[in-house]
Design a protein around this ligand. Structure first.
Ligand SMILES: NC(=O)c1ccc[n+]([C@@H]2O[C@H](COP(=O)([O-])OP(=O)(O)OC[C@H]3O[C@@H](n4cnc5c(N)ncnc54)[C@H](OP(=O)(O)O)[C@@H]3O)[C@@H](O)[C@H]2O)c1
Length: 343
């Protein structure tokens, strides 16, 4: 396939390139003819970064000085990065303060360092999260809009919002924020758990109330990010979803259909889950740690309304998402099976 040349081989640095979303951003960048620099750390796995045209750029976000030095050296040798997509971040942590450190402080360090070089990129895209704005109205179930007041309900969400605020007010940086809803696709392990549980014969349903959710397939997200990169849009924030809303039941039934194995539906009441998570969190706190599922996380994932209005994004880009949840989940399952993640 011929490589589109609108990018004129511009340089894009993608942080968190080794992860699920990052590796797809890298592929999308290459597909669009960019010179892609995969921002990784020394110990990052490169399993999804096998294309020989990927250039690697090691980053240590913990030291603003080292970061600035590294960027200055690069600029001297190769010129500035035309674009930076800051995607590195954590969605789970061993300690609550890790969210603040990685998602807020490291974003601040990178943004500060880019500005300090005197040659900041043309655009700095920050991969935030729908969570940064908090869930939608649980009674009327109206969609979350980008203009709604923010009310994050977890340390993760707060750290993303703090980073958004910082980069939006930093003189010299030209930021654009994207808030994806739940992202799924090949290489993602969160959705894999649903597939695995269902293929073991259990269809779990948490709580008795209907939840309204939204999703985006990773390829649609990556396409949107690169369309935003080449657009004139700047200094604003977009919500990203596939444009539809689904109930938690819809999602479960779809995965069940794809797994195509007999399973029994097990409804897990929320009250005992809350109590166990609370107890576990207290226990872990004795060791200054946080369990994978903690109280805030539970409240976030069981919030009743995560439907969002992403029409601004797709209208401004003049395109539409290519994948419905069903199509995306089928492709995801195929990848899981082909790669031995799901039997
Ligand atoms: N997945 C979702 O549903 C979703 C939804 C909305 C927003 N997001 C955001 O999307 C971004 C990517 O998420 P993902 O799902 O792709 O997660 P992921 O697979 O865990 O990837 C995270 C990436 O961030 C890097 N990273 C983590 N901590 C770092 C640190 N201290 N220093 C440098 N790099 C670090 C990781 O590098 P290593 O490989 O070296 O660990 C990895 O490349 C995150 O910012 C997340 O908040 C995700």
């Amino acid at each position: 396939m011929p490589v589109p040349d609108f990018s004129q081989n511009k340089k894009v640095l993608i942080t968190g390139a080794s992860g699920f979303i990052g590796s797809f951003l890298v592929e999308e960048g290459l597909l669009n003819g960019y010179r892609v620099y995969a921002g990784i750390r020394a110990g990052s796995k490169r399993i999804f970064l096998q294309d020989p045209s990927i250039r690697f750029f090691e980053l240590d976000f913990s030291s603003p000085e080292r970061l600035e030095k590294k960027l200055r050296e690069f600029i001297l040798a190769e010129g500035r990065f035309d674009y930076v997509i800051h995607n590195a971040g954590i969605t789970r942590a061993g300690r609550k303060e890790d969210f603040h450190r990685v998602n807020y402080q490291y974003t601040k360090h990178l943004a500060d360092a880019l500005v300090a070089t005197g040659s900041p990129p043309e655009k700095f895209i920050f991969i935030s999260s729908l969570a940064a704005g908090g869930p939608g109205d649980p009674l009327r179930f109206t969609e979350i809009n980008s203009s709604d007041p923010d009310h994050p309900i977890s340390s993760y969400a707060k750290s993303k919002l703090d980073a958004e605020k910082y980069i939006s007010s930093l003189p010299g940086l030209r930021p654009l924020i994207i808030r994806p809803t739940a992202v799924y696709g090949p290489r993602d392990r969160d959705f894999l758990n649903y597939f695995r549980i269902l293929s073991k014969g259990i269809a779990p349903c948490m709580g008795s109330r209907r939840q309204i959710l939204s999703f985006i397939y990773v390829k649609d997200l990556s396409r949107a990010v690169f369309k935003l990169l080449s657009s004139g849009r700047i200094h604003r924030s977009y919500l990203a979803s596939d444009g539809n809303s689904y109930t938690n039941e819809d999602m479960l039934m779809l995965i069940w259909k794809i797994v195509d194995k007999p399973a029994i539906k097990i409804r897990v009441p929320l009250a005992p889950v809350r109590a166990s998570v609370f107890f576990l969190e207290k226990l872990y706190s004795l060791f200054n740690r946080m369990p994978f599922l903690h109280c805030e996380k539970l409240e976030e994932i069981t919030a009743l309304n995560w439907s969002c209005n992403s029409s601004e994004l797709w209208q401004d880009l003049g395109t539409a998402p290519k994948y419905s949840l069903e199509a995306g989940l089928y492709e995801t399952a195929r990848w899981y099976r082909e790669n031995g993640w799901l039997v």
